[in-house]
Design a protein around this ligand. Structure first.
Ligand code: PLP
Length: 482
């Protein structure tokens, strides 16, 4: 492709874009149970207006646009208070949960480079349910992951396993409030005690729960504290673009005090251009998402969030109860958030997901991993609360339809091929044959995904990752025109 010789007509541009997006998920339907957090028309309009007001402003230099620094400080102050922080808590706005987590790990690494320089191979202890972003941080910042198991019934971190995993190289302990996959909260208090005893840093990943959980507690749910009111917690990540209902990209990384946060900041005066000082990963960045977050959070306000939480909680209770009554389905563990995992011992959940798609619902598959069997995930959203009965009916019908569906021949062929291979026989060299066999070459996906999910489920973690990377490597490559 080439840059068009002559710029396109403005109507033509939007006509094309409208066609391109036809196959995208229809998130306004309220039937997309992941990815999207939609608090309704008014919040959307306010977010968009504020975003557009600051679209071009550059967050690179907060002294050039002091209003951006003001938004950031006010958001940090509001959310710090919400998660049990006092006046010493500091933090920054980031592009999302992943950036916040990357910053927490980088900060811990650099903190210990100063305070315990004898540690040359730093380690972080991760319950197996911790978000993938910590593994990304491990790769980016060379902090090794020491995985610890979660209890097979509660899916919460095993405190004794955490104790056993501590070594002289441990710099960081991580707990989730809640973990995404199952919607349960790790034993943050007990983990905080371990962190204090060993004088290490402790991050609570409250990306998905930080805004919602305190409201659920106010509504009478038995939600434990997870933030700065827990001794030992030194940093907390809270996404605004999830249950804060602000436009993407918006998250906060908070620290107990400045003496920890200072290890996050990057400055460079060693080049001939403008001096650089960045609070987080990015340098030039739109002021849009920050301004939109400030606007939406101020618009919804405490009472608005409480009301959203009340409706979402009621819908979650009704769904969990309704699913328990569907033969062959089982909620894996009672959620402590408005999100949960559903499995089946008798019907293939991947077929259920395909059948739900036929009925207009998007539901995320979650592959088997250690003591978590394959399942599907539901994040409940205020835009879906009036559709609970529809969702339950669709699930009932989908389970019924999925009962008679068989696994495709492709899965058997690939399973047979795998049975004759050693764990390291699938590698970068022959992954493309495997992809071609599965019909995944070229970056296209079939309409029905059950067989592909089943194949992924059969693979080892390393093989899954090879396959995913190969798929993306194909997806983002130059296409033939047309
Ligand atoms: C607990 C948790 N942490 C981190 C993340 C990563 O957030 P993001 O997708 O904004 O990078 C998520 C995303 O769902 C999450 O649920």
């Amino acid at each position: 492709m080439r840059i068009p010789e002559k710029g396109l007509d403005k109507d033509e541009i939007f006509k094309q874009m409208t066609v391109f997006r036809e196959e995208d998920l229809d998130w306004r339907s309220g039937r997309v149970m992941g990815y999207i957090y939609d608090a309704g028309k008014e919040a959307e309009e306010i977010g968009k207006k504020a975003y557009m007001m600051y679209l071009t402003e550059n967050g690179l230099d907060p002294t050039a646009f002091p209003s951006l620094a003001r938004f950031e400080n006010e958001l940090v102050s509001m959310v710090a208070d919400h998660v049990g922080g006092d006046k010493d808590v500091v933090g920054n706005f980031t592009s999302g949960g992943t950036e916040s987590i990357l910053m927490a790990v980088k900060t811990a690494r650099d903190y210990f480079r100063v305070h315990r320089p004898e540690i040359v191979m730093p380690e972080m202890i991760l319950p197996t349910t911790a978000h993938a972003a910590f593994h990304k941080a491990s790769v980016y910042f060379d902090v090794s992951v020491v995985p610890v198991s979660v209890n097979s019934e509660t899916y919460k971190a095993d405190v004794e396993a955490v104790k056993r995993a501590i070594t002289e190289n441990t710099i960081l302990l991580v707990g989730s409030a809640p973990s995404y996959a199952h919607g349960v909260i790790d034993p943050i208090y007990e983990m905080g005690q371990i962190a204090l005893e060993h004088d290490i840093l402790f991050h609570t990943d409250a990306c998905v729960g930080g805004l919602m959980l305190p409201y659920l507690k106010q509504l009478g749910e038995p939600v434990p504290d997870f933030g700065f009111d827990i001794p030992g917690v030194t940093s907390v990540s809270v996404d605004l673009h999830k249950y804060g209902y602000t436009p993407k990209n918006a998250s906060l990384i908070l620290y107990r005090n400045k003496s920890i946060r200072k290890h996050q900041i990057f400055a460079c005066a060693g080049w001939p251009g403008y001096t650089v000082v960045n609070s987080a990963f990015q340098s030039s960045k739109t002021g849009g998402s920050l301004a939109a977050s400030w606007a939406v959070m101020n618009f919804i306000g405490h009472n608005g969030y409480l009301e959203i939480a009340r409706k979402t909680l009621e819908a979650t209770h009704k769904l969990v109860q309704g699913i328990a009554e569907i033969e062959d389905l089982r909620v894996m563990v009672k959620p402590e958030m408005v999100m949960f995992a559903v499995t089946s011992d008798t019907v293939n959940v991947f077929h259920i997901i395909d059948e739900m798609k036929e009925r207009g619902w998007y539901i995320q598959p979650q592959l088997e991993f250690q003591n978590s069997q394959k399942n599907f995930h539901i994040s409940v959203n205020v835009s879906s609360v009036d559709l609970v009965d529809d969702l339950l009916n669709a699930l009932r019908d989908s389970v019924e339809a999925a009962r008679s569906l068989k696994t495709g021949e492709l899965v058997t062929t690939i399973k047979d091929a795998l049975a004759n291979m050693g764990p390291n026989d699938i590698n970068d060299d022959n992954i493309s044959d495997m992809m071609a066999m599965a019909g995944l070459d070229g970056g296209d996906l079939p309409e029905r995904m059950a067989d592909i999910n089943e194949i992924m489920n059969t693979l080892t973690v390393n093989q899954r990752e090879l396959m995913l990377k190969a798929f993306l490597n194909d997806l983002f490559s130059q296409k033939k025109p047309g």
